[in-house]
Design a protein. Structure first.
Length: 193
């Protein structure tokens, strides 16, 4: 098993151990989710993960028997996305530390997920700005990390660690982080399993 795969499995296990988080307070019920008109469902799913393939596959598998099944399906679909679909999802994510404007579901989720950035001191903020620039120059996409449940210092330490990754390893890490973010958002939509 590669180091990247081991790291991803460790991250996935950690995501399951996080327990309650404000984003996992159900916005609606499973019955509501299963009964949503297709266009409304697609809009809600796109706020969880903006990849068209994700939206199509999760929507096509309705009805779901449980909130756990929806969340597990969301993770499985996300982990199966090719890089072009992951890139499509990344385009909807702001940089860590950016102040997200707007009232879209994606913007509200990003603000809630990055709430700990409000406690960041100027040194950490400046280091994140610089690190984001270095990361984007190296990998040609935004630095993605599940911010929920992490301090600004933890996100910065992960950024510095991940700058040492090669491109293939970083793509695995990004996809894993996207799956964790997607799980939290889907759980917030249909309930924590």
């Amino acid at each position: 098993m590669s180091a990247a795969t081991t790291r991803h499995l460790s991250l996935e296990s950690h995501a399951h151990s996080l327990g309650w988080h404000p984003l996992t307070v159900a916005e609606h019920s499973l019955d509501w989710f299963n009964g949503l008109p297709a266009d409304d469902l697609r809009e809600r799913l796109r706020a969880c993960n903006a990849a068209d393939r994700f939206v199509d596959e999760v929507a096509a598998r309705r009805p779901y028997a449980s909130a756990s099944e929806v969340a597990d399906t969301a993770v499985a679909v996300t982990l199966g996305l090719d890089w072009s679909a992951v890139s499509q999802a990344l385009a909807a994510h702001p940089r860590i530390g950016d102040r997200v404007g707007g009232n879209s579901a994606e913007a509200r989720s990003s603000r809630a997920e990055q709430a700990s950035m409000g406690t960041a001191d100027d040194v950490v903020r400046a280091a994140l700005v610089e690190g984001n620039q270095e990361y984007e120059a190296r990998f040609d996409h935004v630095y993605l990390i599940r911010a929920a449940g992490r301090s600004p210092a933890e996100m910065l330490a992960e950024l510095h660690r991940r700058l040492g990754n090669d491109g293939a390893t970083e793509r695995v890490e990004v996809t894993g982080q996207l799956s964790e973010i997607t799980r939290l958002r889907v759980e917030g939509l249909v309930g924590h399993p």
